[in-house]
Write a protein that binds this ligand. Structure first.
Ligand SMILES: Cc1ncc(COP(=O)(O)O)c(C=O)c1O
Length: 140
């Protein structure tokens, strides 16, 4: 909300120092609030980013997860990547999986039930011949 309020292009520090500095400060507040290790904070040469929308954040996360896994197993193995989400997960995850090249059959919506508090259990996440590239959770 803060970055949108400024209505500036905050690509990086060169294009908007004020927004970039504000982002660093706010991300450190969040990191401290979540009690993340100090190595996650900007003040320790690390940090995170604020995304404009949830879909944007999901797409960025999935892109990083895909690239980390493909760097390990080879780009030619993209067909082996699978993405799990619960059947309660927003459709934005499936769309993002499609955009980053996950094969449609390799997106798995794990069934949940009210009886088990809408959780997915470990045994439902068994992977056979595929590489688990992202397991997401939904809150709220
Ligand atoms: C869990 C979840 N994911 C994704 C979205 C999509 O959000 P946005 O329109 O901000 O990209 C929403 C929106 O309500 C959401 O609740």
């Amino acid at each position: 909300m803060l970055s949108t309020g400024f209505n500036v292009v905050g690509f990086n520090w060169m294009s908007s120092p004020a927004v970039t500095d504000l982002e660093s400060i706010v991300m450190d507040w969040l990191g401290k609030m979540l009690k993340l290790p100090k190595s996650f904070l900007f003040s320790r040469n690390s940090g995170g980013v604020l995304q404009g929308t949830t879909c944007e954040a999901i797409l960025c996360t999935l892109t990083v997860a895909r690239d980390r896994m493909l760097n390990r197993i080879g780009r030619e193995n993209i067909g082996k990547l699978v993405v799990y989400g619960s059947d309660q997960t927003h459709c934005a995850l499936q769309k993002a999986a499609h955009i980053v090249g996950i094969f449609p059959n390799n997106f798995r919506a794990v069934a949940t039930s009210k009886e088990f508090g809408f959780t997915s259990t470990q045994h439902t996440l068994e992977v056979h011949g595929y590489v688990l590239s992202l397991d997401t959770s939904s809150m709220g």
